[in-house]
Design a protein around this ligand. Structure first.
Ligand code: GLU
Length: 449
C-alpha cells in the first residue's frame, strides 16, 4: 500500500471526559498517520443522543488539542443520519438486514431462557420468518421495526496486528441490531458505514471491541467496503489491576492537566506503555513518530501507574525550554528573572505547579530553621552587599567557612535551613539571589520573613 493511503480515525463517544486509555488510542492513531504520511480523522460517535453532549464534544477536542493531536478532518455521526439510512437500504436490498418487532421485554425473556438452558444468547431469528403481511400488520398496529443484520454462518478471520490470527464462526454470532425502533442507528453499524465511506485503512482501538470485529467485518463486506487492518490494543488496568473507567477523574486527561502533568509526559508514556519499546522522555510529539510500531504491543493488559507518569513528568520538565513554560510560570507569580528562576528550581519539580512553592519560599514569609543562632549571626555579618548574582553564594560561604571553620555539610546545611526552612531544595547558588539580602539577613536572625 502506498503510504499516503493510510487513513485512521479516533472515534470517541462524547458521553464523558477522555481518560488515559482513550488518550492512548487517539495518540497511537495520530502517530500512525504521521509515520506513514496519512490522515487522522476525528469522528464523534454521538448517535446516542441521550448520553452524548456538546460539552463533552468540546472537552474531547480541548484534551486532544492539549496533547498536541490535530486532525485532518472532523465528523459527527449525528450529522450523518442520511448515510446510515442509505446503508440500511442497501443491506435490505441485498437481503442482509431484516425488520424485527419484538419488544425489549420479549427479547430479555428470550435471552434469560437461553442462558438458563446453558445456551449462548444468540438471537433466534424469529423475525426472519415473518411474512410481509405480518410485518404490515405490526406496523398498522403502531409498532415500528428495529433492524437486524443477517450474519453469515461462514467463518470470519482476520490477522490482528496485536492479537494475531483471529477466527470466529459466523454461527456463533448473534444478528446485531443496526437501527432501533426510534430510528437511532447503533455503533456496530454506524462505525462500519463511516469507516467504509471515509476510507479508513487501519482501525486502532481497544481490545474491548475485539468481539465486535467479526460482525463488523461481515458488515464491511455486505456494504461492499474494503476491510481495514485491525490493531486491538490491550486495555490498561490501574496499578492494582482494576479496570480504568471513564469516571476515574484522576486519570482523565483534564484531571492530569489540573494536577500539572505535562501533555508530553502523558504522550511519552502512552506511546510506549504496553509495548516492548522503552518509554523515553522526549520534548516533541514528532520525536515519538518514527518509533511507533503497533506490532510491538502485547496482548496482556498493561498497568497504568500514576507514579510512573509523575517520574516521567519530572524528566520531561528538565527538557522544556523556558520559552515553553514562560506563560505558565508567569501565572504562578515567578519573581524577577523568571528564566533564571526556572533554571534554579526545575531539577526539584515533579510538576511545574510546584514552582509556586519555591516562589513562596523565595519571597516569604517563611519560618526559618535556625539551630545555632551564633553561627547564623556570624554568617549574617558576612552577607555580601547587593546586587546578588550566581557568584554570591560561593563568595559568601567561603567567607563564612573561613570565619567559623565550618565546612561541608556543617557549613551548607544550617545556611540552607535558615534561608529556606527546608533540608533540601534547589542549588543555593542559583536560588539565593531570589531570596535577596534583606530577607536572608532576617531569616538568619530567626525572623519570619
Ligand atoms: N465510539 C467507540 C468507542 O468509544 C469507538 C470504537 C471504535 O474505535 O470503533 O469505544
Amino acid at each position: 500500500m502506498a503510504s499516503a493511503d493510510v487513513t485512521v480515525r479516533f472515534a470517541p463517544s462524547p458521553t464523558g471526559r477522555l481518560h488515559v486509555g482513550n488518550g492512548r488510542v487517539a495518540l497511537l492513531n495520530w502517530l500512525y498517520a504521521r509515520k506513514f504520511g496519512g490522515r487522522f480523522i476525528l469522528r464523534h460517535d454521538d448517535t446516542d443522543t441521550e448520553r452524548s453532549t456538546e460539552e463533552f464534544v468540546q472537552a474531547i477536542e480541548l484534551d486532544l488539542t492539549w496533547l498536541g493531536l490535530s486532525w485532518d478532518a472532523r465528523y459527527r455521526q449525528s450529522e450523518r443520519r442520511d448515510r446510515y439510512a442509505a446503508g440500511l437500504d442497501r443491506l435490505v436490498a441485498a437481503g442482509r438486514a431484516y425488520p424485527c418487532f419484538e419488544s425489549a421485554e420479549e427479547l430479555s425473556l428470550k435471552r434469560k431462557t437461553q442462558l438458563a438452558a446453558g445456551r449462548a444468547p444468540i438471537y433466534d431469528r424469529a423475525a426472519l420468518k415473518l411474512t410481509a403481511r405480518e410485518c404490515d400488520q405490526f406496523e398498522a398496529a403502531g409498532h415500528k421495526p428495529h433492524w437486524r443484520f443477517l450474519v453469515d454462518a461462514k467463518p470470519v478471520q482476520w490477522d490482528d496486528v496485536i492479537h494475531g490470527p483471529m477466527r470466529f464462526s459466523g454461527s456463533d454470532l448473534s444478528d446485531p441490531v443496526l437501527v432501533r425502533e426510534d430510528g437511532t442507528p447503533l455503533y456496530t453499524f454506524t462505525s462500519v458505514v463511516d469507516d467504509g465511506e471515509m476510507g479508513i485503512t487501519h482501525v486502532i482501538r481497544g481490545d474491548d471491541h475485539l468481539a465486535n470485529t467479526a460482525v463488523q467485518i461481515q458488515l464491511f463486506q455486505a456494504l461492499g467496503a474494503a476491510v481495514p487492518v485491525f490493531s486491538h490494543l490491550a486495555l490498561f488496568t490501574g496499578a492494582g489491576g482494576e479496570g480504568l473507567s471513564k469516571r476515574l477523574g484522576s486519570l482523565s486527561l483534564s484531571g492530569l492537566r489540573d494536577q500539572g502533568i505535562e501533555a508530553m509526559a502523558i504522550n511519552c508514556l502512552l506511546a510506549r506503555l504496553g509495548s516492548s519499546d522503552p518509554v523515553e522522555p522526549v520534548e516533541h510529539l514528532a520525536d515519538l513518530v518514527a518509533g511507533v510500531d503497533l506490532s510491538h504491543f502485547g496482548r496482556a493488559p498493561a498497568k497504568f501507574d500514576p507514579e510512573e507518569l509523575t517520574a516521567l513528568n519530572h524528566k520531561v520538565l528538565q527538557k522544556l525550554p523556558y520559552a515553553t513554560v514562560r506563560d505558565r510560570l508567569a501565572a504562578l507569580g515567578v519573581p524577577g528573572d523568571a528564566g533564571a528562576f526556572w533554571d534554579a528550581v526545575r531539577p526539584n519539580l515533579t510538576t511545574l505547579n510546584e514552582a509556586a512553592d519555591w516562589v513562596r519560599i523565595a519571597q516569604g514569609p517563611i519560618a526559618p530553621v535556625v539551630e545555632d543562632p551564633a553561627f547564623a549571626a556570624a554568617a549574617a555579618q558576612l552577607l555580601p552587599a547587593a546586587p546578588w548574582g550566581e557568584q554570591t553564594w560561593s563568595d559568601w560561604t567561603h567567607a563564612v567557612g573561613s570565619a567559623t571553620g565550618a565546612k561541608g555539610k556543617k557549613l551548607f546545611r544550617p545556611l540552607r535551613l535558615a534561608l529556606t526552612g527546608r533540608e533540601h531544595g534547589p542549588e543555593m547558588m542559583k536560588f539565593l539571589p531570589f531570596i535577596g539580602r534583606e530577607r536572608a539577613a532576617a531569616r538568619l536572625a530567626g525572623e519570619t520573613a
